[in-house]
Design a binder for this molecule. Sequence first.
Ligand code: PBE
Length: 271
Amino acid sequence: DENAQTETTVSEEMEYTITGIEPGAGQSETNTEALSTYDSLDGWEQELASTGAMLTQLGEAIDNEEPIVVSAWSPHYMFANWDIKYLEDPKGLYGEDEAITTIARTGLKDEMPGAYTILDRLKWEISDVEEALLAAQDKEFEVVAQEWVDENQETVAQWTEEVEPVDGTSIELVLTPWDAETFTSNVAKVVLEQQGFNVTLTPVDPAIMFEAIVTDDADASLAPWMPATHGALYAEHEGNFEDLGANVEGAKIGLAVPSYMDIDSIEDLQP
Ligand code: PBE
C-alpha cells in the first residue's frame, strides 16, 4: 500500500517524536496519555522544552517543508501565522471544547466582594483574544490589555457596575505562562486597578496555580483550562476553591501538523 509506505517514511523522518512544550503543561500529560493509548504512537516519544522552542521548530519545519507534529492549542497565534491543522483524535483524549475558567480562593467572596463580582463577570469572545494575541506579537501584553480596555469601555462598565471602588486593597492573580491567559489576566489587572485595587500577576505552572489558590497564597486565577487540560488538577483540589465559570469559551488543545502533510488523524501516524 503506497500510502502506508509514505507515512512510514514521514514518521521515520520525524524520528517518532512529538514536539511538545513545557513539562508542567496539562497538555504534556495528555500527550503522554496519547503515547500509551494510540497504537499508531507505539514507540513514539514526546520532546518537552518550551512553547518558544516548539514554535521555533514549527517555523523551521514549515520553512523547509518538513514533517512535524506539535502540541497545539487555540486561542493562539500559531494558527494565524502558519497553515497548520489539528489531527483528529478518535479516542477523544484531548477533549472537545475547552473553556478557560476563573477560580478563586474560598473566602474571597466574603472578604473582597467587589473584586469577586468583577472576576465573576470577566468574559471574552474568542475572537477578541485571538486578535489580542496577534497584536501582542510586537507589543507588550500590558499595552495590548490597556488598548483593549480603552476600546471596550462599555463592556468594562458592565463588569464594574455598582462595584464600590477601594483604596489600594492588594489582590494577587496567579496565571500560567501562556499568551491567552497573559492577555486576560492583564485586562483583569487594568480593570481592577481602575477600581482602586493593587494587582499582582504571578505566572506559575498549572500545578502551582491550583496550589496557590487552595492554600490562600493567591486570590484568584483566570487560567485553568477545563474540562480536559487541567481536569486532573481540578479534581485533586475540588471543593477547596470556587469555580466562577468560563471566561473564554471554545478553546481547544490537540496535536497539529502543517497542512501540507498528507495525514488527518493521530491514527495515520506509524509506530
Ligand atoms: N496550554 C495552553 C496549557 C493551558 C493553556 C494548552 C498549553 C496547558 O497545556 O497547560
